[in-house]
Ligand binder design. Structure first.
Ligand SMILES: Cc1ncc(COP(=O)(O)O)c(C=O)c1O
Length: 422
Protein backbone atom coordinates (compact mmCIF):
# COMPACT_ATOMS: atom_id res chain seq x y z
CA UNK A 1 0.00 0.00 0.00
CA UNK A 2 1.44 3.42 -0.84
CA UNK A 3 2.10 5.98 1.87
CA UNK A 4 -0.71 8.35 0.90
CA UNK A 5 -3.31 5.61 0.88
CA UNK A 6 -1.99 4.27 4.19
CA UNK A 7 -2.26 7.69 5.83
CA UNK A 8 -5.74 8.22 4.41
CA UNK A 9 -6.82 4.86 5.79
CA UNK A 10 -5.32 5.55 9.19
CA UNK A 11 -7.26 8.80 9.34
CA UNK A 12 -10.53 7.30 8.18
CA UNK A 13 -10.21 4.17 10.27
CA UNK A 14 -9.06 5.98 13.38
CA UNK A 15 -11.40 8.94 13.45
CA UNK A 16 -14.37 6.91 12.27
CA UNK A 17 -14.09 4.66 15.26
CA UNK A 18 -13.54 7.46 17.70
CA UNK A 19 -10.08 6.10 18.53
CA UNK A 20 -7.06 8.35 18.55
CA UNK A 21 -5.46 7.78 15.17
CA UNK A 22 -2.01 7.78 16.69
CA UNK A 23 -2.89 4.82 18.94
CA UNK A 24 -3.77 2.80 15.88
CA UNK A 25 -0.86 4.14 13.87
CA UNK A 26 1.55 3.21 16.68
CA UNK A 27 0.13 -0.27 17.01
CA UNK A 28 0.06 -0.72 13.25
CA UNK A 29 3.73 0.23 13.05
CA UNK A 30 4.42 -2.54 15.56
CA UNK A 31 2.59 -5.24 13.63
CA UNK A 32 4.21 -4.13 10.39
CA UNK A 33 7.51 -5.22 11.88
CA UNK A 34 6.13 -8.64 12.81
CA UNK A 35 5.48 -11.80 10.86
CA UNK A 36 1.76 -12.46 10.42
CA UNK A 37 2.05 -15.28 12.99
CA UNK A 38 3.44 -12.83 15.54
CA UNK A 39 0.84 -10.20 14.64
CA UNK A 40 -1.89 -12.80 15.16
CA UNK A 41 -1.08 -12.95 18.86
CA UNK A 42 -0.45 -9.25 19.39
CA UNK A 43 -3.59 -8.56 21.41
CA UNK A 44 -2.91 -4.85 21.86
CA UNK A 45 -3.58 -4.30 18.15
CA UNK A 46 -6.67 -6.51 18.05
CA UNK A 47 -8.13 -4.74 21.08
CA UNK A 48 -8.01 -1.50 19.09
CA UNK A 49 -9.67 -3.28 16.16
CA UNK A 50 -12.43 -4.44 18.50
CA UNK A 51 -13.20 -0.81 19.39
CA UNK A 52 -14.22 -0.21 15.79
CA UNK A 53 -17.31 -2.37 16.23
CA UNK A 54 -20.56 -1.55 17.99
CA UNK A 55 -20.90 -4.82 19.84
CA UNK A 56 -23.83 -5.86 21.95
CA UNK A 57 -22.88 -5.98 25.59
CA UNK A 58 -25.73 -8.37 26.43
CA UNK A 59 -24.09 -11.37 24.78
CA UNK A 60 -20.90 -12.72 23.26
CA UNK A 61 -21.34 -13.07 19.53
CA UNK A 62 -19.80 -16.33 18.35
CA UNK A 63 -22.13 -16.63 15.35
CA UNK A 64 -20.35 -14.60 12.72
CA UNK A 65 -20.94 -17.22 10.05
CA UNK A 66 -24.33 -15.87 9.00
CA UNK A 67 -22.85 -12.50 8.17
CA UNK A 68 -20.07 -10.41 9.67
CA UNK A 69 -21.06 -7.11 11.19
CA UNK A 70 -19.29 -4.09 9.79
CA UNK A 71 -16.70 -2.01 11.61
CA UNK A 72 -17.62 1.61 12.06
CA UNK A 73 -15.96 3.00 8.93
CA UNK A 74 -17.68 0.56 6.57
CA UNK A 75 -21.04 1.27 8.19
CA UNK A 76 -20.45 5.02 7.96
CA UNK A 77 -19.50 4.72 4.32
CA UNK A 78 -22.72 2.88 3.55
CA UNK A 79 -24.79 5.48 5.37
CA UNK A 80 -22.96 8.26 3.52
CA UNK A 81 -23.63 6.56 0.20
CA UNK A 82 -27.30 6.13 1.05
CA UNK A 83 -27.59 9.84 1.85
CA UNK A 84 -25.85 10.85 -1.36
CA UNK A 85 -27.94 8.46 -3.40
CA UNK A 86 -31.08 9.83 -1.84
CA UNK A 87 -30.21 13.34 -2.91
CA UNK A 88 -28.80 12.51 -6.33
CA UNK A 89 -31.75 10.38 -7.40
CA UNK A 90 -31.38 8.66 -10.74
CA UNK A 91 -28.42 10.90 -11.63
CA UNK A 92 -26.05 8.45 -9.94
CA UNK A 93 -27.56 5.43 -11.65
CA UNK A 94 -27.56 7.03 -15.07
CA UNK A 95 -24.19 8.80 -14.89
CA UNK A 96 -21.87 7.10 -12.38
CA UNK A 97 -23.15 3.64 -11.47
CA UNK A 98 -21.60 1.63 -14.31
CA UNK A 99 -18.20 3.29 -13.94
CA UNK A 100 -18.16 2.76 -10.19
CA UNK A 101 -19.35 -0.85 -10.52
CA UNK A 102 -16.56 -1.60 -12.99
CA UNK A 103 -13.97 -0.05 -10.66
CA UNK A 104 -15.20 -2.26 -7.80
CA UNK A 105 -15.13 -5.32 -10.06
CA UNK A 106 -11.55 -4.44 -10.94
CA UNK A 107 -10.58 -4.39 -7.26
CA UNK A 108 -12.41 -7.65 -6.53
CA UNK A 109 -10.89 -9.36 -9.57
CA UNK A 110 -7.44 -8.34 -8.37
CA UNK A 111 -8.10 -10.03 -5.03
CA UNK A 112 -9.62 -13.10 -6.70
CA UNK A 113 -6.82 -13.33 -9.29
CA UNK A 114 -9.14 -13.46 -12.25
CA UNK A 115 -10.04 -11.34 -15.26
CA UNK A 116 -12.32 -8.32 -14.84
CA UNK A 117 -14.44 -9.88 -17.54
CA UNK A 118 -14.88 -13.05 -15.47
CA UNK A 119 -16.52 -11.56 -12.37
CA UNK A 120 -19.88 -9.96 -11.63
CA UNK A 121 -21.25 -8.47 -8.43
CA UNK A 122 -24.28 -10.33 -7.15
CA UNK A 123 -26.35 -10.11 -4.01
CA UNK A 124 -24.84 -13.17 -2.35
CA UNK A 125 -23.56 -16.74 -2.76
CA UNK A 126 -27.08 -18.06 -3.26
CA UNK A 127 -27.66 -15.85 -6.28
CA UNK A 128 -24.17 -16.60 -7.63
CA UNK A 129 -24.34 -20.37 -7.41
CA UNK A 130 -28.02 -20.69 -8.28
CA UNK A 131 -27.28 -18.75 -11.46
CA UNK A 132 -24.91 -21.55 -12.43
CA UNK A 133 -27.03 -24.46 -11.22
CA UNK A 134 -30.16 -23.05 -12.87
CA UNK A 135 -28.31 -21.66 -15.89
CA UNK A 136 -26.70 -24.82 -17.18
CA UNK A 137 -28.33 -26.49 -20.14
CA UNK A 138 -29.13 -29.74 -18.31
CA UNK A 139 -30.19 -32.83 -20.24
CA UNK A 140 -32.18 -35.69 -18.76
CA UNK A 141 -29.80 -38.15 -17.08
CA UNK A 142 -26.96 -35.64 -16.59
CA UNK A 143 -25.35 -36.18 -13.22
CA UNK A 144 -24.18 -33.71 -10.58
CA UNK A 145 -22.12 -34.52 -7.49
CA UNK A 146 -22.49 -32.73 -4.18
CA UNK A 147 -21.92 -33.39 -0.49
CA UNK A 148 -24.27 -34.01 2.40
CA UNK A 149 -22.37 -31.25 4.18
CA UNK A 150 -23.09 -28.68 1.45
CA UNK A 151 -25.36 -25.68 1.99
CA UNK A 152 -29.08 -26.39 1.92
CA UNK A 153 -30.11 -23.69 -0.59
CA UNK A 154 -27.81 -25.10 -3.27
CA UNK A 155 -28.88 -28.67 -2.57
CA UNK A 156 -32.47 -27.50 -2.97
CA UNK A 157 -31.71 -25.91 -6.31
CA UNK A 158 -30.14 -29.15 -7.55
CA UNK A 159 -33.29 -30.96 -6.39
CA UNK A 160 -35.28 -28.57 -8.55
CA UNK A 161 -33.12 -29.39 -11.58
CA UNK A 162 -33.80 -33.08 -10.90
CA UNK A 163 -37.56 -32.44 -10.88
CA UNK A 164 -37.48 -30.12 -13.86
CA UNK A 165 -34.85 -31.63 -16.17
CA UNK A 166 -34.26 -35.15 -14.85
CA UNK A 167 -30.79 -34.36 -13.47
CA UNK A 168 -29.43 -37.18 -11.28
CA UNK A 169 -27.94 -35.82 -8.06
CA UNK A 170 -25.32 -37.93 -6.34
CA UNK A 171 -24.52 -37.10 -2.76
CA UNK A 172 -21.26 -38.03 -1.08
CA UNK A 173 -20.05 -37.32 2.46
CA UNK A 174 -16.74 -35.56 3.16
CA UNK A 175 -14.54 -37.35 5.73
CA UNK A 176 -13.89 -35.03 8.68
CA UNK A 177 -10.36 -36.18 9.41
CA UNK A 178 -8.86 -37.39 6.15
CA UNK A 179 -5.39 -38.95 6.20
CA UNK A 180 -4.46 -36.66 3.30
CA UNK A 181 -6.01 -34.55 0.50
CA UNK A 182 -6.15 -37.56 -1.80
CA UNK A 183 -8.65 -39.26 0.50
CA UNK A 184 -11.07 -36.37 -0.03
CA UNK A 185 -10.41 -36.25 -3.78
CA UNK A 186 -11.08 -40.00 -4.01
CA UNK A 187 -14.52 -39.62 -2.44
CA UNK A 188 -15.54 -37.23 -5.23
CA UNK A 189 -13.76 -39.25 -7.91
CA UNK A 190 -15.57 -42.45 -6.99
CA UNK A 191 -18.92 -40.77 -7.66
CA UNK A 192 -17.99 -39.78 -11.24
CA UNK A 193 -19.54 -41.65 -14.16
CA UNK A 194 -19.56 -40.87 -17.88
CA UNK A 195 -22.78 -38.89 -17.24
CA UNK A 196 -21.25 -36.52 -14.68
CA UNK A 197 -21.28 -32.85 -15.70
CA UNK A 198 -20.69 -30.89 -12.55
CA UNK A 199 -19.24 -31.22 -9.08
CA UNK A 200 -20.26 -28.73 -6.41
CA UNK A 201 -17.69 -28.40 -3.67
CA UNK A 202 -17.47 -26.16 -0.63
CA UNK A 203 -14.18 -24.35 -0.24
CA UNK A 204 -14.89 -24.22 3.48
CA UNK A 205 -17.77 -26.29 4.80
CA UNK A 206 -19.91 -23.89 6.78
CA UNK A 207 -21.05 -26.33 9.47
CA UNK A 208 -17.62 -27.77 10.35
CA UNK A 209 -15.14 -25.18 9.09
CA UNK A 210 -13.40 -27.88 7.02
CA UNK A 211 -11.25 -26.43 4.19
CA UNK A 212 -11.29 -28.77 1.21
CA UNK A 213 -8.46 -29.38 -1.29
CA UNK A 214 -10.28 -27.61 -4.10
CA UNK A 215 -7.33 -27.44 -6.51
CA UNK A 216 -6.81 -31.19 -6.34
CA UNK A 217 -10.53 -31.86 -6.77
CA UNK A 218 -10.59 -29.57 -9.83
CA UNK A 219 -7.54 -31.22 -11.40
CA UNK A 220 -9.07 -34.64 -10.91
CA UNK A 221 -12.50 -33.59 -12.22
CA UNK A 222 -11.06 -31.90 -15.29
CA UNK A 223 -9.26 -35.11 -16.25
CA UNK A 224 -12.77 -36.60 -16.61
CA UNK A 225 -14.13 -33.55 -18.42
CA UNK A 226 -16.25 -32.62 -15.40
CA UNK A 227 -16.74 -28.97 -14.35
CA UNK A 228 -16.34 -27.77 -10.77
CA UNK A 229 -18.44 -25.11 -9.06
CA UNK A 230 -17.01 -23.85 -5.76
CA UNK A 231 -19.13 -22.60 -2.89
CA UNK A 232 -16.81 -19.95 -1.54
CA UNK A 233 -19.31 -18.37 0.86
CA UNK A 234 -16.86 -18.71 3.74
CA UNK A 235 -13.52 -18.56 2.03
CA UNK A 236 -13.25 -15.17 0.30
CA UNK A 237 -11.51 -12.74 2.70
CA UNK A 238 -11.05 -15.45 5.30
CA UNK A 239 -8.48 -17.67 3.55
CA UNK A 240 -6.63 -17.34 0.22
CA UNK A 241 -9.02 -17.54 -2.74
CA UNK A 242 -7.14 -17.19 -5.97
CA UNK A 243 -9.18 -18.37 -8.93
CA UNK A 244 -5.91 -19.07 -10.70
CA UNK A 245 -4.76 -21.33 -7.90
CA UNK A 246 -8.11 -23.00 -7.30
CA UNK A 247 -8.51 -23.77 -10.99
CA UNK A 248 -12.30 -23.99 -10.73
CA UNK A 249 -14.88 -23.22 -13.42
CA UNK A 250 -17.33 -21.30 -11.22
CA UNK A 251 -16.98 -19.68 -7.79
CA UNK A 252 -19.60 -17.85 -5.75
CA UNK A 253 -19.20 -15.92 -2.53
CA UNK A 254 -20.97 -13.51 -0.21
CA UNK A 255 -19.04 -10.34 0.57
CA UNK A 256 -21.23 -9.59 3.59
CA UNK A 257 -19.63 -12.58 5.25
CA UNK A 258 -15.84 -12.37 5.65
CA UNK A 259 -15.19 -9.14 3.78
CA UNK A 260 -17.71 -7.41 6.11
CA UNK A 261 -19.28 -5.51 3.26
CA UNK A 262 -22.80 -4.15 3.68
CA UNK A 263 -25.49 -6.84 3.53
CA UNK A 264 -26.53 -7.95 0.09
CA UNK A 265 -23.21 -8.18 -1.74
CA UNK A 266 -21.48 -11.13 -3.32
CA UNK A 267 -19.72 -12.09 -6.50
CA UNK A 268 -19.76 -14.78 -9.12
CA UNK A 269 -16.66 -15.82 -11.00
CA UNK A 270 -17.01 -17.75 -14.24
CA UNK A 271 -14.01 -18.97 -16.20
CA UNK A 272 -14.02 -16.99 -19.45
CA UNK A 273 -14.68 -19.94 -21.74
CA UNK A 274 -17.60 -21.15 -19.60
CA UNK A 275 -19.65 -17.94 -19.71
CA UNK A 276 -21.29 -18.65 -23.04
CA UNK A 277 -22.64 -21.98 -21.77
CA UNK A 278 -24.98 -20.45 -19.19
CA UNK A 279 -28.55 -19.17 -19.52
CA UNK A 280 -29.29 -15.97 -17.57
CA UNK A 281 -31.83 -15.91 -14.78
CA UNK A 282 -33.12 -12.49 -15.86
CA UNK A 283 -32.82 -11.54 -19.50
CA UNK A 284 -30.41 -8.78 -20.47
CA UNK A 285 -30.44 -6.78 -23.69
CA UNK A 286 -28.78 -8.63 -26.52
CA UNK A 287 -25.11 -9.16 -25.73
CA UNK A 288 -22.24 -11.34 -26.88
CA UNK A 289 -22.63 -14.83 -25.44
CA UNK A 290 -19.22 -14.58 -23.83
CA UNK A 291 -20.08 -11.33 -22.02
CA UNK A 292 -20.56 -12.08 -18.33
CA UNK A 293 -22.88 -9.05 -17.89
CA UNK A 294 -25.42 -11.02 -19.89
CA UNK A 295 -25.96 -13.03 -16.69
CA UNK A 296 -26.08 -10.10 -14.31
CA UNK A 297 -29.27 -8.14 -15.01
CA UNK A 298 -31.14 -7.88 -11.71
CA UNK A 299 -33.05 -4.63 -12.14
CA UNK A 300 -32.83 -1.71 -9.74
CA UNK A 301 -31.20 -2.65 -6.49
CA UNK A 302 -29.87 -1.00 -3.29
CA UNK A 303 -26.63 0.18 -4.85
CA UNK A 304 -25.41 1.89 -1.66
CA UNK A 305 -24.58 -1.63 -0.47
CA UNK A 306 -22.48 -2.23 -3.55
CA UNK A 307 -20.79 1.15 -3.04
CA UNK A 308 -19.83 0.01 0.47
CA UNK A 309 -17.64 -2.74 -1.00
CA UNK A 310 -14.94 -0.11 -1.53
CA UNK A 311 -14.75 0.70 2.17
CA UNK A 312 -14.77 -3.02 3.01
CA UNK A 313 -11.87 -3.61 0.64
CA UNK A 314 -9.99 -0.61 2.09
CA UNK A 315 -10.37 -2.09 5.57
CA UNK A 316 -9.38 -5.60 4.46
CA UNK A 317 -6.31 -4.37 2.59
CA UNK A 318 -5.27 -2.22 5.52
CA UNK A 319 -5.67 -5.13 7.93
CA UNK A 320 -3.79 -7.51 5.65
CA UNK A 321 -5.24 -10.75 4.31
CA UNK A 322 -2.62 -12.99 5.84
CA UNK A 323 -2.74 -11.25 9.21
CA UNK A 324 -6.50 -11.68 9.30
CA UNK A 325 -6.37 -15.35 8.35
CA UNK A 326 -3.67 -16.06 10.95
CA UNK A 327 -5.57 -14.20 13.67
CA UNK A 328 -8.77 -16.14 12.99
CA UNK A 329 -6.91 -19.47 13.00
CA UNK A 330 -5.07 -18.48 16.18
CA UNK A 331 -8.35 -17.66 17.94
CA UNK A 332 -10.01 -20.89 16.81
CA UNK A 333 -7.07 -22.94 18.02
CA UNK A 334 -7.00 -20.92 21.23
CA UNK A 335 -10.31 -22.40 22.34
CA UNK A 336 -10.38 -25.75 20.51
CA UNK A 337 -6.96 -26.72 21.93
CA UNK A 338 -8.38 -26.21 25.40
CA UNK A 339 -11.34 -28.58 24.94
CA UNK A 340 -10.13 -31.16 22.43
CA UNK A 341 -9.73 -34.50 24.15
CA UNK A 342 -11.99 -33.64 27.10
CA UNK A 343 -14.36 -36.48 27.88
CA UNK A 344 -17.89 -35.81 26.53
CA UNK A 345 -16.68 -33.02 24.21
CA UNK A 346 -16.50 -33.69 20.47
CA UNK A 347 -15.06 -31.28 17.96
CA UNK A 348 -16.66 -31.63 14.53
CA UNK A 349 -13.74 -29.79 12.93
CA UNK A 350 -10.61 -31.40 11.46
CA UNK A 351 -7.74 -32.07 13.86
CA UNK A 352 -5.22 -31.01 11.23
CA UNK A 353 -4.90 -27.28 11.87
CA UNK A 354 -4.29 -26.48 8.21
CA UNK A 355 -7.76 -27.75 7.38
CA UNK A 356 -9.71 -25.06 9.25
CA UNK A 357 -9.58 -21.36 10.11
CA UNK A 358 -12.15 -19.25 12.01
CA UNK A 359 -15.04 -21.74 12.11
CA UNK A 360 -15.33 -24.78 14.37
CA UNK A 361 -18.13 -26.97 15.66
CA UNK A 362 -18.50 -28.48 19.11
CA UNK A 363 -20.83 -31.04 20.69
CA UNK A 364 -21.27 -31.99 24.33
CA UNK A 365 -22.57 -35.47 25.09
CA UNK A 366 -26.03 -35.41 26.64
CA UNK A 367 -27.19 -32.27 24.84
CA UNK A 368 -28.84 -31.99 21.46
CA UNK A 369 -27.39 -29.21 19.32
CA UNK A 370 -30.49 -27.13 20.01
CA UNK A 371 -30.24 -27.67 23.78
CA UNK A 372 -26.56 -26.78 23.74
CA UNK A 373 -27.17 -23.57 21.79
CA UNK A 374 -30.01 -22.60 24.11
CA UNK A 375 -28.06 -23.25 27.32
CA UNK A 376 -25.00 -21.44 26.00
CA UNK A 377 -27.18 -18.43 25.34
CA UNK A 378 -29.55 -18.49 28.29
CA UNK A 379 -27.06 -19.46 30.98
CA UNK A 380 -23.76 -18.17 29.64
CA UNK A 381 -24.92 -15.39 27.23
CA UNK A 382 -22.95 -16.92 24.38
CA UNK A 383 -24.66 -16.63 21.01
CA UNK A 384 -24.00 -19.57 18.66
CA UNK A 385 -26.07 -21.64 16.26
CA UNK A 386 -27.24 -25.25 16.51
CA UNK A 387 -26.30 -27.49 13.59
CA UNK A 388 -28.37 -30.63 13.34
CA UNK A 389 -27.55 -32.24 10.02
CA UNK A 390 -27.23 -35.95 9.13
CA UNK A 391 -23.44 -36.06 9.58
CA UNK A 392 -22.82 -33.03 11.81
CA UNK A 393 -24.44 -32.40 15.15
CA UNK A 394 -23.20 -29.64 17.43
CA UNK A 395 -22.96 -25.88 17.82
CA UNK A 396 -21.09 -23.87 15.25
CA UNK A 397 -18.67 -21.40 16.81
CA UNK A 398 -17.69 -18.67 14.37
CA UNK A 399 -15.28 -16.00 15.49
CA UNK A 400 -14.50 -12.64 14.06
CA UNK A 401 -11.44 -10.44 14.28
CA UNK A 402 -13.04 -8.55 17.17
CA UNK A 403 -13.41 -11.73 19.24
CA UNK A 404 -11.29 -11.58 22.39
CA UNK A 405 -9.51 -14.42 24.13
CA UNK A 406 -11.50 -13.56 27.28
CA UNK A 407 -14.72 -14.30 25.40
CA UNK A 408 -13.29 -17.62 24.32
CA UNK A 409 -12.26 -18.38 27.90
CA UNK A 410 -15.95 -17.96 28.79
CA UNK A 411 -16.89 -20.48 26.11
CA UNK A 412 -14.32 -22.99 27.31
CA UNK A 413 -15.48 -22.58 30.91
CA UNK A 414 -19.11 -23.07 29.88
CA UNK A 415 -18.36 -26.20 27.85
CA UNK A 416 -16.35 -27.73 30.70
CA UNK A 417 -19.13 -27.00 33.19
CA UNK A 418 -21.74 -28.54 30.90
CA UNK A 419 -19.84 -31.83 30.74
CA UNK A 420 -20.29 -32.10 34.51
CA UNK A 421 -24.07 -31.52 34.56
CA UNK A 422 -25.34 -34.33 32.32
C1 LIG B 1 -21.58 -22.73 2.57
C2 LIG B 1 -22.61 -21.67 2.30
N1 LIG B 1 -23.04 -21.50 1.07
C3 LIG B 1 -23.95 -20.56 0.77
C4 LIG B 1 -24.49 -19.75 1.73
C5 LIG B 1 -25.51 -18.73 1.37
O1 LIG B 1 -25.04 -17.45 1.62
P1 LIG B 1 -26.01 -16.21 1.30
O2 LIG B 1 -27.20 -16.36 2.20
O3 LIG B 1 -25.20 -15.03 1.65
O4 LIG B 1 -26.37 -16.31 -0.10
C6 LIG B 1 -24.08 -19.91 3.06
C7 LIG B 1 -24.65 -19.08 4.11
O5 LIG B 1 -24.39 -19.19 5.28
C8 LIG B 1 -23.11 -20.90 3.35
O6 LIG B 1 -22.69 -21.08 4.59
Amino acid sequence: MNKRRFLKNILVLGLGAGILPNAIAKSYRQIEKMTSEEAATYDEFWELIRKKYHLKTEYINLENGYYCIMPEEILESQIRHLRELNSEGSYYKRKNYETEKKAIIKRLAKHAHCGEDELVITRNTTESLDLVIGGLDWKKGDEAIMALEDYGAMLNHFRLQAERHGVVNKTISVPLNPENDEEVVKVYEEAITDKTRLIMVCHMINITGHILPVRKICDMAHRYGVEVMVDGAHSFAQIPTSMKELGCDYFGTSLHKWLSSPLGCGFLYIKKEKIAGLWPLFAEDKMEKSNIYRLNHTGTRPVHSMQGINAALDFYEWLGAERKEKRLRYLQNYWTDKVRGIKKITLNTPEDKKRSCGIANVAVAGYTPEELAEILFEKYTIWTVAINRPTVKGCRITLNIYTSTEELDNLVKALKELTKIR
